[in-house]
Design a binder for this molecule. Structure first.
Ligand code: HEM
Length: 406
């Protein structure tokens, strides 16, 4: 398919991580900071652009993907071409979504429920006898990765390779113990990016020879408006899936279980009536907003709420702030599982709204159902404070003590 140009490494404003260096206390409880920004400086100038916190201003940005582009300058993940569909602007973007949306439609995703139940149970089996677990290392990191391997028709033995590739892009500094944005970190991230292209290239070679009942085989045969995806297109989709589809679910599981560990009454409500799980997930997606924000690049000089934004500057949209904006939702600071309507933006908004939201919701529902059925009582050991990472709010070390159901 026709596509955007390769990544220009020298691009002005090429993104640094806007959340690097965020205070861990703020990452754990960002809602007061969001309120303070909305009240005092809703469009706040920062080094390379602005941070936007009110729903009314964020709507302006998300509704105009031409002026506020999601192109390769928005986020640098060491990819050599734009990631598909995230870094493709309209009108090309629509062609890719037309092809991908049906693969991730609710009806398609629902077919996976049984295998997801089995994956969740198998993981729980590995620690249920112990009465304690590192939730992050033994469940929330592994579960979405196993789901994805299943979608791609890859064996579970590939799990460590997947985790290495994902972490090498998302948190390279933590993998090799170097400083964020140092030359060493950057080199490791680049090498990881090369290994991702090579990995999927080799799997695609195998699928060219013999199709399987998996997503990669579907990509090879898919057409939109009579056009097939090129090999590069498929690689650029796979690269994005690895980055967008694993950590986000892990972080959401961490945030949801972190919240429920600290709020036993709401945890018990779920155990007593599992039918409230879908509503609880929506409310915790809103309140916790595990993906704190997304970034756009201004393609021309413009302004937001009177604040000038120059061409090439970044616009950091704080999704977590939109979700707790009392101007849109009067009781936004109350966490309740009985909302009739919950129009949160935890999956983003506008044309780039999350492609995998139905899959993510199914993964979350399955995880919460299986977990609370088998492990109704759990808490973080006394004296331990959970530390959340900024940007994508996961918890690297999440000790939990629990009592399994009889
Ligand atoms: C609870 C889990 C998840 C959360 C919170 C989440 C959140 C988001 C957000 C906020 C965006 C918008 C990015 C932007 O506007 O810059 C997004 C886009 C995207 N997400 Fe998710 N996501 C989740 C799970 C998944 C999964 C499981 C997949 C698997 C395919 C996925 C694939 C994508 C893709 C491909 C895009 C780009 C869509 C486009 O540009 O048209 N996400 N996600």
């Amino acid at each position: 398919m026709e596509r955007a140009a390769p990544v220009d490494e020298s691009a002005e404003g090429a993104a640094e991580d806007p959340f690097a260096g965020m205070d861990p206390e703020m990452a754990a409880h960002p809602q007061p900071m969001f309120k303070m920004l909305r009240d005092s400086m809703p469009v706040m100038p920062v080094e390379h652009g602005v941070v936007v916190t009110r729903k009314v201003d964020v709507d302006v940005v998300l509704r105009d993907p031409v002026i506020f582009s999601s192109n390769v300058d928005a986020v640098d993940l060491s990819n050599i071409r734009p990631l598909i569909p995230l870094q493709i602007d309209p009108p090309e973007h629509k062609k890719f979504r037309k092809l991908l949306d049906p693969i991730f439609a609710p009806r398609e995703v629902a077919k996976l429920e049984e295998s997801l139940n089995a994956a969740a149970d198998e993981l729980i089996d590995t620690f249920i006898e112990r009465g304690e677990v590192d939730f992050s290392k033994e469940f929330s990191t592994l579960f979405p990765t196993r789901v994805f391997l299943g979608l791609l028709g890859l064996p579970v033995e590939e799990l460590p390779t997947f985790l290495k590739m994902k972490d090498g892009i998302i948190r390279p500094h933590m993998v090799i113990g170097s400083t964020y944005a140092s030359a060493e970190t950057k080199a490791y991230q680049r090498a990881t990016a090369d290994s991702i292209y090579a990995y999927f290239d080799s799997v695609l070679d195998q699928r060219e020879v013999e199709r399987k009942d998996d997503m990669l085989s579907r990509f090879l045969d898919a057409t939109v408006d009579g056009e097939r995806l090129t090999r590069e297109d498929i690689l650029d989709i796979c690269f994005l899936f690895l980055i967008a589809g694993l950590d986000t679910v892990t972080a959401t599981l961490d945030c949801v279980f972190g919240y429920l560990s600290a709020h036993p009454e709401q945890r018990r409500a779920i155990v007593e009536d599992p039918s409230i799980i879908p509503a609880a997930i929506e409310e915790l997606l809103r309140w916790e907003t595990p993906v704190m924000g997304v970034v756009r690049i201004a393609t021309e000089d413009t302004e937001l709420a009177g604040c000038p934004v120059a061409q090439g500057q970044s616009v950091m949209i704080m999704l977590g702030s939109v979700n707790t904006d009392e101007a849109d939702l009067p009781d936004a600071d109350v966490v309740r599982f009985d909302r009739d309507v919950n129009r949160h933006v935890a999956f983003g908004g506008g044309v780039h709204r999350c492609l995998g939201s139905h899959l993510a919701r199914l993964e979350l529902r399955v995880a919460l159902r299986r977990w609370h059925l088998r492990i109704p009582e759990y808490h973080v050991p006394e004296g331990h404070t959970l530390v959340y990472t900024p940007a994508i709010r996961s918890i690297d070390h999440f000790p939990m003590e629990f009592t399994a159901a009889q």
